[in-house]
Design a protein around this ligand. Structure first.
Ligand SMILES: [Fe+2]
Length: 456
C-alpha cells in the first residue's frame, strides 16, 4: 500500500516517515513538496490508497489540490492535516462535505491518535479496493462505452475501467459488485464520458442491454409517458454504440422495429406537440436525446400531414436513429452549415469526415431493407432549401417532402438544444425559420409545425 504526503516542511516528512515505519509495515509513504509534484507522481503511478495534505502549503490551495487529485485518479481517502486555524481557513466545506472519505486531522500530532486516524482510513481504502486499482492494459483489447449506459445496471459481470493514459487504466467498477447510481454521477461530475471494457465483454454488454431495454418497453404502463421517453433515450445510446462497434445484425434490426413501435406509442400518449416537446426529459442534449426528439417531431409531422402507412412513419424514425451515428464529437451535432466556426480549428480529415457523415450513415440504412428510401432522407439531412447545406448543396426543388420533414425536424431540434426549451423559445425558432422554410416541399410541413405549436 502507498500513501502520498504533500507537505513543504521536511521536518514533518521525517516525523511521519518514522510514525509509518513504526506502525505500518508494508506501507510506503511517499513525500512530495508541492502540488505539481504530487500530480506528476500520481499520473506516473496512481496506486496511492491514501492522500495526506498538509494545509500550510505555501504554493497551493489545499482544497484545489485535493480536487485536482480526485479529478485525476478519482476519490479516495484523503486527510487534510493542519492547525485548527489552517483547517478552518483552507479546507472548503463544500469539498469536505461532498466526500465521505475526506477527513481532517488537527495538529499538533499525537502519535496514538494520528495512527488511529490513518488505520481507519486504510480500512476504508481496503474495503473500497483502492489498492492496486491502476493497471497497465493493452488499449487494443479495450473499447469505450458511453458512461450513460451504466445507469441501466447496478452491477455488471466484468471489470470496468477509466482511461488515465493510453496504457494505464484505473479500475472503476469491479465485476459482480453492486454499484450505486451515485458512482456514475460522480464520474460524470469529473467529466468522464466513457468507461472501458474488454472487447469480448463489450458485445455481451450491448446485447444484454438490448434484452433489458426490450423487457422494460414491454413493462411500461401507458400512463408512464416519461419513462417511455427515457427508455427510448437509453435504447438510442445502445443502438448508436452497437452500430459503431458491431454494425447491423438481426438482433439490432428486431430491436429497431420495437423502437419504432415505441415512438408511435409515445406519440399517442401526448395530446399536442407543445406538450410533447415541453415534457421531453432533455437533460444532456446529447446525440441520443436529440435523436429521440427528432424521431418524435418528424413522425408527428408525418402523421399530422395525413400519411397513414406504418412504413412511411417508420422511415423518419429510422432516419433519426441513424443519421448522426458517425459524428466524431458530440458538440458537432449542432453544426448546420459547412462554414461553421466549430469546423475551423480541426484537421482537414476531421472536417471532411464530418461533412461526409450523412453519406456514411446513409450506407447503414441499406441494411434495413424493409424501410426503403431512408438512405435519401439521411443523406439529405443537412441540405437546405436555399442550397446552402451539405454534402451536395441541393435546393428545395430536389428535396422530397419526407426529406423536407426530416430536415425541418433536424434543424428544429438543433435550435431547441441551442436555445433551450420553453413555449416562447419554440415560437421564436418558428419565427426564425419563416424566411427559409416557407418554400417548395418544406412549405406544407412547416405550416403544419406552426399550426401544431400554436395548439395548447
Ligand atoms: Fe448530422
Amino acid at each position: 500500500m502507498k500513501v502520498l504526503f504533500i507537505c513543504d516542511n521536511k521536518e514533518e516528512w521525517n516525523l511521519l516517515t518514522n510514525l509509518f515505519h513504526a506502525h505500518f509495515t508494508g506501507v510506503d509513504l511517499v513525500c512530495v513538496l508541492k502540488g505539481q509534484e504530487a500530480l506528476d507522481t500520481i499520473m506516473f503511478d496512481a496506486n496511492f490508497s491514501m492522500i495526506l495534505i498538509e494545509c500550510g502549503l505555501k504554493e497551493n490551495d489545499p482544497t484545489d489540490l485535493a480536487e485536482d487529485i480526485f479529478e485525476t485518479i478519482g476519490p479516495r481517502p484523503l486527510i487534510f492535516i493542519g492547525t485548527q486555524a489552517m483547517i478552518k481557513d483552507r479546507v472548503r466545506d463544500d469539498f469536505y462535505n461532498e466526500y465521505e472519505n475526506v477527513g481532517l486531522y488537527q495538529k499538533p500530532y499525537e502519535p496514538q491518535e494520528f495512527v488511529g486516524v490513518i488505520k481507519e482510513a486504510m480500512e476504508w481504502s481496503k474495503q473500497h479496493e483502492f489498492e492496486n486499482a491502476v493497471v497497465e492494459l493493452n488499449p487494443d483489447d479495450f473499447l469505450p462505452l458511453k458512461l450513460r449506459n451504466f445507469y441501466l445496471y447496478d452491477q455488471v459481470p466484468f471489470d470496468v475501467y477509466i482511461e488515465l493514459t493510453k496504457t494505464k487504466y484505473l479500475k472503476a467498477i469491479s465485476a459482480n459488485k453492486k454499484y450505486p447510481q451515485s458512482t456514475i454521477q460522480d464520474f460524470r461530475k469529473r467529466n468522464i464520458r466513457y468507461l472501458y471494457l474488454e472487447k469480448n465483454e463489450h458485445l455481451n454488454f450491448l446485447e444484454n442491454s438490448i434484452k433489458k431495454i426490450s423487457q422494460s418497453f414491454h413493462q411500461i404502463k401507458s400512463d408512464d409517458r416519461n419513462r417511455r421517453m427515457q427508455t427510448l433515450v437509453a435504447a438510442t445510446l445502445v443502438i448508436h454504440q452497437y452500430l459503431r462497434d458491431v454494425g447491423v445484425s438481426d438482433t439490432l434490426k428486431d430491436f429497431v422495429d420495437l423502437y419504432i413501435a415505441q415512438v408511435g406509442k409515445t406519440l399517442k400518449e401526448h395530446t399536442s406537440l407543445n406538450e410533447l416537446l415541453l415534457n421531453f426529459p432533455l437533460e444532456q442534449a446529447d446525440l441520443a436525446e436529440q435523436a429521440v426528439l427528432k424521431a418524435l417531431l418528424s413522425e408527428f409531422l408525418v402523421r399530422s400531414l395525413g400519411w397513414r402507412s406504418d412504413s412511411t412513419r417508420a422511415k423518419t424514425t429510422l432516419a433519426s436513429l441513424l443519421h448522426d451515428t458517425f459524428i466524431e464529437r458530440e458538440e458537432w451535432s449542432v453544426i448546420t452549415y459547412k462554414d461553421h466556426p466549430h469546423l475551423d480549428d480541426i484537421t482537414k480529415e476531421e472536417r471532411e469526415n464530418f461533412l461526409a457523415h450523412p453519406l456514411k450513415a446513409a450506407e447503414t440504412a441499406h441494411f434495413f431493407t424493409q424501410y426503403p428510401d431512408v438512405d435519401f432522407i439521411i443523406e439529405q439531412h443537412h441540405e437546405q432549401p436555399d442550397g446552402t447545406g451539405f454534402p451536395r448543396g441541393i435546393n428545395a426543388g430536389k428535396i422530397t417532402k419526407l426529406s423536407a420533414i426530416f430536415i425541418l425536424a433536424n434543424n428544429f431540434v438543433i435550435q431547441m438544444v441551442i436555445n433551450g426549451v420553453t413555449s416562447s423559445s419554440l415560437q421564436n425558432i418558428c419565427q426564425s425559420f419563416q424566411g427559409l422554410y416557407n418554400v417548395g416541399n418544406f412549405k406544407e410541413p412547416f405550416g403544419e409545425l406552426i399550426k401544431e405549436l400554436k395548439r395548447k
